[in-house]
Design a binder for this molecule. Structure first.
Ligand SMILES: Nc1ncnc2c1ncn2[C@@H]1O[C@H](COP(=O)(O)OP(=O)(O)O)[C@@H](O)[C@H]1O
Ligand SMILES: [Mg+2]
Length: 360
């Protein structure tokens, strides 16, 4: 079966001479990618959005990309066309990676996971609180367009963001400035959107929001590897992502895929976080490694990626999530807040170049 991943892999080997160390994927040039059988031949169509002044010189690159795609098993023919990139709407001196400028935001970190249900949103929220408790001003974007959960996790479901001069104001919850599609679409509405609509909605949530000035924006990314990731990696100057996984092999397999995707996109992976790593009995303090703990630590070591920490499976964490009061808020001096703070400290240090290894 032909996959988007396999095609992007092939494209990631095509590098323009004008951008050393980059490739057509990391440069954000891949605007369209589709494949279908034409007269019994599996044909891949790609459009590359390139800077208008480079256009004519890139014809050989197109042929190179076609050859790379045609070499992917299952592909019979490939057609690559160039389109001129639209110039960015505003000058973006602080965002060399992508055209969405967030001038008031110093650092942007994504929290990602290979699959859903591993506790990514819960972890993202508690890390945001821990960053806040380091004295930082923190904003949060819910980029999980299909399953927004920040309004509920932060106790502000049903709130409507205020607007002024055509831009939305983030909702403030526990001192975090938060934006989510969940504020704009009723949470119970199934959001059935095609890829381009997801990209459009995400862009709007970033562009049409008056974010203000913040030390760090924490993005709760959707699970897996899809269109939203492409948009975020290409258009937003992500300083790094942390990947949340549970210790089980299956979740780790997905986490590895996530790691590979970010590496391909040239986004720095700050490390793995193991959630629901072990169970501490609240009555006797006994520790149970229900899911055979340590999988994420081993995978991180195998893959040469930092391991940021392990978080227990704990009823207080879940109750806090359900009640809209993160455990770091209800018990700021407790063991959970401490565990999140340790990870937040490492993330902030890595974002400021003090630690961490580049993924690529
Ligand atoms: N460390 C934890 N201990 C206990 N429950 C957790 C923990 N992390 C997440 N959960 C619970 O697991 C479920 C899924 O978490 P969620 O953050 O929504 O996952 P995701 O964003 O990955 O889909 C929620 O019910 C949440 O309360
Ligand atoms: Mg979630």
């Amino acid at each position: 079966m032909l996959s988007r991943d396999a095609l992007l892999d092939a494209l990631a080997r095509v590098a323009p001479a004008s951008a050393p160390g980059q490739n057509v994927v990391s440069l954000g040039w891949v605007e369209g990618l589709a494949w279908r059988a034409e007269n019994g031949q599996m044909t891949v169509n790609v459009s590359l959005g390139v800077p208008p002044d480079l256009g004519p010189s890139l014809e050989p690159l197109c042929r190179e990309a076609e050859a790379a795609l045609a070499a992917v098993p299952g592909v019979d023919r490939a057609r690559v066309v160039l389109t001129a990139q639209r110039p960015p709407a505003a000058p973006a001196p602080t965002t060399p990676r992508g055209p969405i400028a967030l001038p008031g935001i110093r650092r942007i970190v994504g929290v990602a996971s290979g699959k859903g249900g591993v506790g990514k949103s819960t972890t993202a929220v508690n890390l945001a609180i821990a960053l806040r408790d380091l004295g930082l001003s923190v904003a949060m974007l819910d980029a999980d367009i299909y399953g927004p959960s920040l309004p509920r996790l932060l106790g502000v479901a049903g709130t409507r963001p205020a607007s002024g001069s055509g831009r939305l104001k983030p909702v403030v919850a526990h001192d975090l400035s938060v934006m989510s599609i969940g504020f704009l679409v009723p949470e119970e509405d199934p959001v059935v959107w095609r890829g381009p609509m997801v990209a459009g909605a995400l862009e709007q949530l970033l562009r049409d929001v008056d974010w203000g000035e913040h030390d760090v924006l924490v993005i709760d990314m959707p699970p897996g590897t899809g269109d939203a990731h492409l948009t975020l990696c290409q258009k937003v100057a992500l300083d790094g992502v942390a990947i949340v996984s549970t210790p089980q092999d299956i979740a780790l397999l997905d986490a590895r895929k996530g790691l590979a995707m970010f590496q391909k996109m040239g986004v720095r992976v700050l490390g793995f976080i193991e959630n629901m790593s072990y169970y501490l009995c609240p009555a006797c303090g006994h520790r149970d490694d229900i899911f055979s703990t340590g999988g994420a630590r081993r995978a991180a070591a195998d893959l040469g990626t930092p391991f940021l920490g392990a978080l227990p499976l704990d009823i207080q964490v879940r109750e806090g999530a359900d009640a809209g009061i993160p455990v770091g808020v209800s018990a700021p001096t407790g063991p959970h807040a401490h565990a999140y703070a340790e990870i937040a400290r490492q993330i902030w240090a890595a974002l400021n170049g003090e630690d961490g290894a580049r993924a690529d």
